[in-house]
Design a protein around this ligand. Structure first.
Ligand code: ZN
Ligand code: ZN
Length: 140
């Protein structure tokens, strides 16, 4: 069992991930325009984990629900006090998976990326991550 901990920057929200195997987490970068806006930087970086591996140990995140830019609802949870983005999930995945913002982990290096999505929207100045998969969109 691998236990990873994380929090928002003010630590009003804390959580644990209890993974049977580190491979139960799938980290990816997303360059889509929706992620750029939500993360407030030039890409999103999340680790997909089974929903029941996530345990909130402190605080209740605030939720924002919106169209993801292609007609599907996406739920985003963040700290109401400091604004740190903690996790997101799409409507279709909501009963099964959570996408944890990797920077909220206390050790973000624990879950390196396995691939990149929406490479067509990658900034011209940003190099590809070597030795991972690269998709032009989501299901090219
Ligand atoms: Zn906070
Ligand atoms: Zn995205």
């Amino acid at each position: 069992m691998h236990t990873l901990t994380g929090s928002c920057i003010c630590r009003n929200i804390e959580y644990e991930l209890k993974l049977a195997s580190i491979n139960d987490a799938r980290t990816s970068i997303c360059h889509c325009r929706n992620c750029k806006k939500a993360f407030g930087t030039n890409y999103g970086l999340t680790a997909k984990v089974p929903k029941d591996t996530l345990h909130l140990t402190k605080g209740i995140p605030k939720e924002h629900v919106a169209d993801n830019g292609s007609g599907a609802l996406i739920h985003r949870e963040f700290c109401e006090n400091c604004g740190s983005f903690i996790l997101e999930y799409g409507e279709v995945a909501k009963d099964h998976f959570r996408y944890i913002c990797v920077g909220s982990l206390d050790d973000p290096e624990a879950l390196p990326p396995k691939g990149e999505f929406f490479c067509k929207d990658r900034p011209s100045w940003m190099p590809e991550i070597p030795n991972v998969f690269h998709k032009q969109a989501i299901n090219e």
